[in-house]
Design a protein around this ligand. Structure first.
Ligand SMILES: Cc1cc2nc3c(=O)[nH]c(=O)nc-3n(C[C@H](O)[C@H](O)[C@H](O)COP(=O)(O)OP(=O)(O)OC[C@H]3O[C@@H](n4cnc5c(N)ncnc54)[C@H](O)[C@@H]3O)c2cc1C
Length: 380
């Protein structure tokens, strides 16, 4: 496995960083304070080609390798560490666009991928419910089959993009008595009976996030994603890829954090010396660098496996745990390095910590993922 990216691949990361700094970064702290998702930025990302970068040309994509998309996402996170926007992109790409490409029929791909790629539509991946998060199969949302289609009923919670989504991919039970009979349904824009409202959060405030209710929503027969009986496999494939890749922008954000911390440690004086000359401070920055590098390499490894469509439950879990835990720790370390100034919103450091915390929960809590790793070791 080779992590020596070519100059062309590194140029993709650099160009994405420049684009993000120029087009996405201005006004971030105001958007964060106002808890505002900005659809114009979504269109800018689409126009930049982010959503279609690794999508086939026939659906409006650019047909580039997955590795390039990962590097572009890393660049976006570096140029604009707006983690809410990054989360919105991750939910759209890994929870909706990629599963439709992998498991959709030709008709579904032609109907849904172009508007999801060119920025007209936003997608949401609806799995979690108030009473069932980690224990996904205990969900109560049902899809009852009729001769002319399906009727979806239920409420999904904590849904990234939920309140602004045009298209929903919804995980449902076919039978209230049987936890194993599941289906993924595509609920297209304009379906009657879909309502959503936003829920205020600790961090990732520039992303729209909330509860989505499907009340007797009628969707056509061909709304099912994947072949009959394969919904659990489809979910496993989608969530594994999401775990492997969703932290790519956060790797870029952590690189930015580290540079901000090192720069400050060189400039800030205390007791007649730059604070970076105190070993307590420089060790902290060295640990930030080491955590970042560990997370980055694990993410690259998982990404290269997923680029080859290789199952990687262990690697994707490790990548997600390493990146999310590193992000929380390093966000706290950034604040410690800044001292009191790090606690002020205007400094632009404290949002990292608020934004990082959700990462230990989504795409499977880190507790649950440690269990997956343990099972791969033959335990539990
Ligand atoms: C920022 C954010 C974005 C999200 N986006 C989406 C989205 O787009 N779509 C979606 O469907 N969901 C989304 N979620 C929901 C997320 O997937 C769930 O919160 C998560 O799966 C945990 O479920 P829960 O909240 O019900 O917690 P619970 O499952 O009730 O867990 C509570 C606690 O028990 C622990 N626990 C539970 N089971 C086990 C176990 N088997 N082993 C060890 N520990 C265990 C957990 O680790 C946790 O500490 C998002 C959540 C967040 C925070």
């Amino acid at each position: 496995m080779n992590f020596d990216w070519t100059n062309e691949q590194l140029a993709v990361r650099g160009a994405a960083a420049e684009f993000a700094e120029r087009e996405l970064w201005p006004g971030f702290l105001d958007r964060d304070e106002a808890r505002r998702f900005d659809r114009d930025l979504w269109r800018k990302l689409a126009d930049y080609g982010l959503f279609g970068m690794a999508m086939p040309v026939e659906y409006g994509g650019n047909g580039r390798p997955l590795e390039e998309l990962v590097l572009a996402l890393e660049g976006i996170g570096y140029g604009c560490p707006d983690i809410g926007l990054a989360l919105a992109v991750g939910a759209h790409l890994w929870g909706v666009v990629d599963p439709i490409l992998r498991d959709g029929t030709e008709q579904q791909k032609q109907a849904y991928l172009p508007p999801l790629i060119d920025g007209r539509w936003i997608g949401a991946h609806n799995v979690t419910e108030w009473e069932t998060g980690s224990d996904v199969s205990a969900m109560t949302t049902t899809a009852l089959e009729h001769p002319d289609g399906w009727v979806v009923s239920g409420t999904k919670s904590y849904i990234t993009n939920g309140p602004v989504a045009d298209l929903h991919v919804v995980y449902c039970r076919l039978d209230v008595r049987d936890r194993k009979r599941l289906v993924f349904l595509i609920v297209p824009p304009g379906t009657e009976g879909v309502t959503a409202h936003a829920l205020p959060t600790l961090g990732t405030r520039t992303c729209s996030f909330g509860e989505v209710t499907f009340k007797n929503c009628r969707v056509p027969k061909d709304a099912a994603l994947g072949r009959r009986g394969a919904a659990a496999t489809l979910f496993r494939n989608a969530i594994e890829k999401e775990r492997a890749l969703i932290f790519a922008p956060m790797i870029g954000a952590m690189q930015r954090q580290l540079e901000i911390a090192v720069d400050y440690a060189k400039r800030r004086q205390a007791f007649g010396h730059p604070i970076g000359s105190f070993q307590a401070v420089s060790n902290r920055l060295a640990e930030m660098a080491m955590r970042l590098e560990t997370a980055r390499l694990l993410l690259y490894k998982a990404a290269l496996l997923k680029a080859k469509n290789i199952r990687a439950p262990m690697e994707s879990s490790m990548a997600k745990i390493a990146a999310s835990e590193a992000f929380v720790r390093s966000s706290e370390d950034l604040i410690r390095t800044f001292g009191g100034a790090g606690y002020l919103t205007q400094t632009g450091a404290e949002h990292f910590l608020r934004d990082a915390v959700g990462g230990v929960l989504f795409s499977g809590t880190n507790d649950v993922l440690l269990g997956i790793i343990a099972r791969q070791l033959g335990l539990g």
